[in-house]
Design a protein around this ligand. Structure first.
Ligand SMILES: NC(=O)c1ccc[n+]([C@@H]2O[C@H](COP(=O)([O-])OP(=O)(O)OC[C@H]3O[C@@H](n4cnc5c(N)ncnc54)[C@H](OP(=O)(O)O)[C@@H]3O)[C@@H](O)[C@H]2O)c1
Length: 245
């Protein structure tokens, strides 16, 4: 995929992986549009990257998702790459009742949003050359971490949806990618008390370098670092259990 002079929308780019990808794509002379919930944070980022455009919305809300899609397509008729990156991870213990709002937020942002965006954006994207949908899943889509069960389930479902979307769009101009991150040094889950082992986490810069390089090389399922191992081991086990497949 060509990653210069393109028009790219990245959701959840006020921090972490989204912001790192946005900054790199900006440096590579793309038109970059980012979204997030915090206007103040978006303004700070726009001050730092003057050619970057921003849109503030809560992806939990249907009208927020529809507003972002409508605004982006109208304002940027050449928009050709959508990166569904926004996500959150919550610690949930199902030995007791888990608040419904907590479960719904995780499923809505991590899974419902990229599925809804596939529906809202693909007609527009098919009119563009070199178009792409890039969904950010997780190594935990392949092997769950039981303390964050809803998160893992959303990412496993997003992996499945991405696979189907790639198949449905195979005769169109739209390529469908899945970025499968390992543990990367960001604040994901921190607000819910999740403590990341930073010594095990990949540096954001190394992660971004690998992502960009492999997207440019049209790798459709980018298992990065440790996530590549989880992906390969699952495929190995599948072959072992299904020797005739
Ligand atoms: N870091 C890792 O170890 C890791 C591993 C595997 C996969 N991933 C995936 O990578 C993606 C980025 O995560 P990250 O590590 O960079 O975490 P992060 O720094 O916490 O970034 C998450 C982003 O999602 C946005 N977001 C969350 N809820 C939202 C909502 N309701 N509406 C709009 N935006 C919302 C946040 O923006 P606001 O707070 O401004 O709204 C933020 O920009 C996620 O999909 C995550 O699952 C991360």
């Amino acid at each position: 995929m060509k990653l210069t002079e393109q028009t790219v929308l990245i959701t959840g780019a006020t921090s972490g992986i989204g912001l790192a990808l946005a900054a790199r794509l900006y440096e590579m002379k793309n038109t970059v549009i980012i979204s997030g919930r915090k206007q103040e944070r978006l303004d700070e980022i726009a001050a730092h990257y003057p050619r970057m455009d921003t849109f503030c919305c809560d992806l939990q809300q249907e009208d927020g998702r529809v507003a972002l899609a409508g605004w982006a397509i109208n304002r940027y008729p050449k928009l050709n790459i959508l990166i569904n990156n926004a996500g959150l991870m919550k610690v949930s213990d199902f030995t007791a009742e888990v608040p419904f709002e907590k479960i719904a937020e995780e499923i809505t942002v991590n899974l419902l949003t990229p599925v809804h965006f596939a529906s809202l954006f693909t007609e527009h994207l098919q009119q563009q050359e070199n178009a792409a949908v890039v969904n950010v899943t997780s190594g935990l889509a392949y092997t769950p971490l039981a303390t964050v069960p809803v998160y893992c389930a959303t990412k496993a479902a997003l992996h499945s949806f991405t696979y189907s979307l790639r198949h449905q769009l195979r005769e169109t101009s739209v390529k469908v990618f899945e970025i499968i991150p390992p543990a990367v040094a960001t604040d994901l889950g921190k607000s819910d008390g999740y403590e990341q082992n930073r010594s095990m986490a990949m540096k954001l810069e190394d992660f971004t370098n690998d992502c960009i390089h492999r997207l440019e090389n049209d790798e459709y399922e980018l298992g990065i670092g440790m996530a590549e191992k989880l992906q390969a081991e699952r495929e190995g086990l599948f072959q072992m259990l299904n020797p005739d497949s």
